[in-house]
Ligand binder design. Structure first.
Ligand code: TXA
Ligand code: MG
Length: 598
């Protein structure tokens, strides 16, 4: 329950030295204060004071089961907060701090358990925004802070957003102007042998792989009885009240600012004048616009009273202005973030745009989507969460659903069909990925037929395949795996032969899921362009907002140990685990493949 604590929250300009000192002193002595960073605004409390940290959860209205990030002003603070700095952590700190990154390391005893939600690791972040560093320096203590929004709403990117959510609930808010990036930091687990990105952000996986020389070690599997590392991934969504629909830009469009970190404070708008564009540029602008235009018309055809919010770029708005009649224009509300193909500009404005359009009470928001591999990934991660609200997450597969085998013949009743496939990858393609392929095919068979999300008239044929990054073509699956698949799923996997992963295999699939985290790291390292469609089971599940907790209530990793060479019981357990996990993510995969059940 949230209870009002103050008549008024003090709003402090970051140029007001006295006000800053007062806010910092209050934070140090146990109050909660909102403050700016280059990513989003944070809601800070003294990280060494358990009671103060509890006040953050009260103000946010969220239970304290999601770990908080600890913010510092100086790298010299790190050693007292962590018990170990691994070589990987060291490289990440050197390469990216201060900046939009959070590095997970084993915690020291100084940090109370409510900061890390019971985990024995802690996320450390050193913001680069001058106003943040100045404030953190004045605080003179490590500052635990989540994003400063009410639980579930979009993260705040200006002091105004924080005041909207927190006025009366916290002591003060420091106004440091707009956040530069607009998306939260990249969260990287640096406790293992390879860095694992738990939340994408402005520092991309490619930048991380380039900075940390990847050592590919194979025996990173968990031994029986070992507790998996808790990734601390929690259902979080950034949903406004209305529906959000993504309109993808064509892959042929050259994205702007997707791979480079913007210098802080850059003017992302630049000059733009539609009439000054060349004929070719105008043509391109209309091409960008057509999917938006058609969708707006489509919505208005069905519901003439609808109010439609459009989160897009200046070219699209200008072209719609030139295409639309008064009625269409009257029913649309634009939030323009800059040039349409500028992914950094879109990221910078995303949360602001979602909030603003929501305040304007539109019924639906159409938002630009990008297929790029850089900051686009972080942007799409947040946007897709916004577009899949808790209430309308896809139907789950009902456990024990009777074997209602609807035959493929049903597809003939459609006017047309499309195909889509998911590829499962492990190391040798003899255990984990073979199991995943068989289990998933079985799920598809049980749940068919599917149609395209675009139209009920288009049938969707879905496929599951598997390969191994170090597989030997033609190898057979391990005998125990075949036996366990037979026992658990009643399916015969003996005819499957190993396939070695290579560019053409990867290109042919629409979605790639690696059964283990280290496999994904190696895959992306060798094929960086796959980043937009390749996930680990863990990162995919986290994107869907799915978490699994163990008996102690800790979040456990979905990374599955390779049972190769182990006894039959281990194989049996592995197949059951994969089956359980895939049943959970099945509806989300179907959705990602552009299909839905009929
Ligand atoms: O940019 C940001 O990171 C912002 C600004 C304020 O610094 N903060 C932020 O905090 O986004 P929050 O609480 O909204 O998100 C923190 C994320 C969560 O996904 C959490 O699960 C993860 O970091 N996290 C924190 N500590 C962790 C840990 N020890 N292990 C794994 N994940 C952790
Ligand atoms: Mg947050």
């Amino acid at each position: 329950m949230r209870t009002l604590k103050y008549d008024k929250t003090i709003l402090v300009k970051s140029s007001d030295k006295k006000g800053l000192e007062d806010a910092a002193a209050h934070l140090r002595s146990g109050e909660v204060v909102g403050f700016p960073t280059e990513t989003v605004y944070g809601l800070g409390a003294n990280a060494l004071d358990e009671a103060a940290v509890n006040k953050i959860f009260e103000a946010k209205g969220r239970p304290g089961d999601n770990p908080l990030i600890v913010h510092i002003a100086d790298k010299a603070q790190i050693p007292e907060l962590v018990s170990e700095i691994s070589p990987i952590a060291k490289e990440l700190i050197e390469a990216f701090m201060p900046g939009p990154i959070t590095v997970i390391m084993p915690k020291s005893d100084k940090i109370p358990m409510n900061v890390t939600a019971g985990l024995n690791t802690v996320g450390i972040r050193m913001p680069s925004k001058p106003e943040a560093r100045e404030f953190l320096k004045l605080c003179d203590c490590p500052v635990a802070a989540p994003s400063a929004n009410i639980s579930g709403s979009p993260s705040p990117t200006c002091a105004d957003h924080v005041m909207t959510d927190m006025d009366g609930y916290v002591y003060a808010v420091v106004d440091g102007g707009e956040s530069d990036y607009g998306l939260e930091s990249t969260v990287v687990d640096a406790t293992g042998e390879v860095p694992v990105v738990l939340r994408p952000g402005a520092i991309t996986s490619k930048m991380i792989a380039d900075a940390v020389k990847l050592t590919s070690k194979d025996n990173t599997c968990l031994k029986a009885g070992e507790t998996p590392k808790a990734p601390g991934m929690k259902y979080r969504h950034y949903a406004p009240h209305c529906d959000v629909e993504v309109i993808m830009l064509s892959e042929n469009i050259d994205l702007i600012n997707d791979e480079t970190l913007l210098a802080e404070g850059t003017d992302i708008w630049g000059d733009f004048n539609f009439d000054g564009l060349s004929e070719e540029e105008k043509h391109l602008a209309f091409n960008l616009t057509i999917p938006f235009f058609n969708r707006i018309k489509d919505i208005l055809d069905r519901n003439p009273l609808a109010r439609i919010g459009v989160f897009t770029g200046i070219e699209v708005m200008a072209a719609i202005e030139r295409l639309a009649d008064d009625n269409l224009f009257y029913h649309t509300e634009f939030f323009v973030y800059g040039r349409t193909a500028d992914t950094s500009a879109a990221s910078h404005c995303l949360f602001d745009g979602l909030r603003e359009l929501d305040i304007n009470k539109v019924d639906i928001i159409l938002a630009t989507g990008f297929t790029g591999n850089g900051i686009s990934k972080a942007y799409m991660n947040r946007l897709l969460k916004a577009s899949c609200k808790l209430g309308d997450a896809p139907d789950a597969v009902k456990a024990g659903d009777n074997l209602n085998l609807r035959s493929k013949r049903d597809l003939e009743s459609f006017k047309d069909t499309c195909t889509a496939s998911v590829l499962f990858i492990c190391d040798k393609n003899r255990n984990l990925s073979v199991t995943a392929e068989m289990v998933f095919r079985d799920l598809i068979r049980r749940e068919a037929p599917f149609c395209s999300v675009a139209s009920n008239d288009i049938g969707a044929e879905l496929y599951a395949e598997s390969c191994g990054i170090n597989a030997i073509n033609g190898d057979a699956p391990e005998e125990y795996t075949v036996k366990a698949i037979k026992e658990v799923c009643g399916l015969d996997a003996s005819y499957i032969t190993s396939l070695r992963g290579e560019a053409s295999v990867y290109d042919d699939s629409d979605l790639i899921i690696c059964l283990r985290e280290d496999t994904l790291q190696k895959l992306i390292h060798n094929f960086p362009s796959l980043e937009s469609k390749a996930f680990s089971l863990s990162s995919y599940a986290a994107n869907c907002g799915l978490v699994i907790k163990n008996e102690e209530g800790r979040v456990v990793s979905w990374s599955i140990p390779d049972p190769s060479g182990e006894n039959y019981v281990t194989h049996l357990h592995t197949v059951k685990l994969i089956k359980a996990y895939l049943e959970l993510v099945f509806p989300y995969i179907i959705k990602d493949l552009g299909a839905k059940r009929i």
